[in-house]
Ligand binder design. Sequence first.
Ligand SMILES: N[C@@H](CCC(=O)N[C@@H](CS)C(=O)NCC(=O)O)C(=O)O
Length: 218
Amino acid sequence: MLELYYASGACSFIPHVTLEIIKTATGTEYTPKPVKLHRGEHKTPEFLAINPNGQVPVLVVDGQPLSQIVAICDYLDRRFPQVGLLPTEPWARAKVMSQFAWMNNTVHPTFTHVFMPQKFADGEAAQAELRRFNSLQYRACLERIQEWIGEAKPFWLGERVGILDAYALTLLRWGGFAGIDPDSLPAYKAFVARVAATEPVATIIARERIDLNTFKKA
Ligand SMILES: N[C@@H](CCC(=O)N[C@@H](CS)C(=O)NCC(=O)O)C(=O)O
């Protein structure tokens, strides 16, 4: 049995889309379990028993919890090799994992400094500076992703939408919260529109009830 604890619009979107791709390809059902971060549901004793980090996503496999997006997606790829989520040839796989790891360990925490600066410093002035500085860093990260997208044919790994497409979508969407207008990254924006139009991604966007464009003009 597969269950996914997710929060609307959060990084759990990536394994959420991955599970939907697996469902479409193999018929394997999963149970989406919504967690309301704004209500602090991730800090309850029940949730902390599943993930002591107090974060989504958590994949629960036959009652056993697994956290961390990279580990979850790697597990799902190995469990459902017929879906072809990640390359099997060692060098091709390592190159994709390198991009995946960078999104997860660099781009994603850079955004966290913008969105939740209170996790990294006390005091309004320090937090405002964290927001300002990391918004600039975040934009540079998105520009690098836009360069990589130049090689998409038409998706990250070719014909079918997959894990890194879902991550790229999420990161551009978060850009709006960092004051980054998606119109200023036109190739990236067009790519995300293509990704969002695919069936598994559209299904999860609808379930999570999220808007792709979070940018508000001043
Ligand atoms: N490295 C973790 C990051 C998880 C993470 O940052 N989750 C965020 C949502 S995008 C969260 O649950 N934040 C709530 C909190 O930290 O209080 C992963 O790959 O799963």
